[in-house]
Write a protein that binds this ligand. Structure first.
Ligand code: TYD
Ligand code: MG
Length: 452
């Protein structure tokens, strides 16, 4: 008998009886694959035989203060919203080789007072041990299980009762109830459901590792993102040492938190004061460099913006931007052209954020403009000056949020002057050692920095 099959979008889980080129739900192309629908037994494994829920009055609901688990890493604690919530399920996504396994293994080794079960479907215990030896922490409470069948995992957990579970990775998991291959949406959904159910009923926190596809989404699982409590993304450029861990979703904390690590030969080191490292050491007198004060998450960061503007060698000028939005760069170039009459249309423009970080904060605009001007005019900007301001379409300097935090970070790092929007002036309180320069138009910045 021919088995019944169904087509499932591998991105969002949309089902269809026939193959479709474009998913009507999430709009992605070529994501439908055929999967066997038949289950060996019954329907969904979870959510059956549960006790019916009781209606409660909101005001009578008791809120227990949850005791969070200290991960013995201030950075990780912060991204999790102040420690790990017992029974929560955390998905850690990231490109292969970025350091997900290292981060989790290191965390497991540090937490040597907790019994942790590390399930690996990708690496053998020998490989994991080799990595552990590099990391130089020791734990008698870490157990390895090279297993991919989710039913077997659950049996092992029931038998050994660990305090925490690490699953590396969800894409290798497989349920015996389904016949489709590991890594497909049905398998990921089924296996994760079973694990989440276990986390909630037995109060065991679970870290799930999820690989990321080329376009940056966690493979398979939009579905998975909805199911878990927290989604963390581990990112960074392979050629740099910095790794950024961001919360994309967090039921137990803010999503604007971010932690920075550095990959070293013996594991990941936390960077508690990133600004000092991100400001690369350069000599006075180099043109095309300026310092931006941005806020990532709740924390201010000082970053170096590097620009190179040169006459286009060929007809069409090149525009390249690393770590800064391409469209935004084009917008800023247009502002320079229009407001300062600097001919940018015939120039090659390269922009780079030092350290391999990506910035979204529009407060970097003013620094980007200054770096571009500095390179174009070949006049260096004094090393003790930094910037925090958004640039609008008509060349106005717009105010930015958390201005006092930015100013105090700049002050802490010994900067002597900071350029901010005049509109921020109202909010300014207290006295500052650093000189605050209020500007309202790009023309003023141009005059004050490059003409005086
Ligand atoms: P890994 O954790 O295996 O990445 P993922 O699980 O995300 O695929 O780590 C990948 C890289 O980190 C690998 O190229 C080797 C490097 N590394 C170090 O530089 N130092 C170390 O101490 C460890 C364990 C790994
Ligand atoms: Mg890995």
């Amino acid at each position: 008998m021919k088995q019944k099959t169904i087509y499932i979008c591998q991105n969002c889980g949309q089902q269809s009886a026939k193959w479709l080129g474009k998913c009507p739900e999430c709009g992605n192309w070529n994501t439908f694959t055929e999967e066997i629908q038949e289950r060996a037994s019954g329907t969904s494994s979870v959510k059956s035989f549960r006790k019916a829920a009781v209606i409660q009055k909101l005001s009578e609901v008791e809120t227990k203060a949850v005791e969070r688990i200290d991960m013995r890493s201030p950075e990780l604690n912060r991204v999790l919203g102040g420690g790990l919530v017992p029974g929560s399920v955390i998905l850690i996504g990231g490109e292969p080789g970025i350091g997900k396994s290292t981060l989790l293994l290191q965390t497991a080794l540090k937490l040597n007072n907790k019994k942790i079960l590390y399930i690996s479907g990708e690496e053998s215990p020998e490989q994991i041990n080799l990595r552990a030896q590099r990391i130089e922490y020791e734990s008698e409470n870490l157990f390895l299980l090279p297993e991919t069948i989710v039913e077997n995992i659950i049996n092992q957990v029931n038998e050994h009762k660990p305090d925490m579970l690490i699953v590396d990775s969800v894409q290798t998991l497989q349920s015996e109830k389904l016949e489709s291959a590991p890594g497909t949406v049905s398998q990921i959904r089924e296996c994760s459901n079973a694990l989440i159910e276990m986390a909630k009923t037995q109060n065991i926190p679970i870290f799930l590792v999820g690989h990321i596809t080329k376009d940056g989404s966690i493979a398979g699982p939009k579905v998975l993102e909805h199911m878990v409590d927290t989604v963390l993304q581990f990112e960074g450029d392979q050629h740099y040492f910095f790794r950024v861990l961001r919360a994309l979703k967090n039921r137990f904390g803010s999503t604007s938190e971010l932690a920075i690590f550095e990959m070293q030969s013996n594991g990941l080191r936390e960077i508690n004061n990133p600004s000092e490292l991100l400001l690369s050491i350069h000599d006075e007198g180099l043109s095309g460099i300026s310092v931006a004060t941005v806020v990532e998450g709740m924390r201010p960061l000082m970053l170096e913006v590097q620009a190179l503007v040169s006459t286009a060698a060929y007809g069409t000028p090149q525009r390249s931007s690393i770590g800064f939005d391409h469209k935004r760069l084009n917008m800023l170039l247009a502002v320079l052209e229009k407001k300062l009459h600097i001919r940018m249309s015939q120039k090659d423009v390269f922009l780079n954020i030092a350290g391999g970080l990506k910035i979204d904060d529009p407060a970097a605009d003013l620094s980007v403009i200054s770096a571009l001007l500095s390179s174009e005019l070949d006049i260096s900007i004094n090393k003790q000056i930094c910037f925090a301001g958004e640039v609008g379409l008509s060349g106005e300097i717009r105010p930015v949020s958390k201005i006092l935090q930015r100013i105090s970070e700049a002050e802490k790092l010994g900067f002597k002057q900071i350029y901010v929007s005049s509109y921020n002036q109202k909010k300014m309180t207290g006295s500052h050692k650093i000189e605050i320069k209020f500007v309202s138009k790009v023309e003023e910045v141009f005059r004050q920095i490059f003409k005086e």
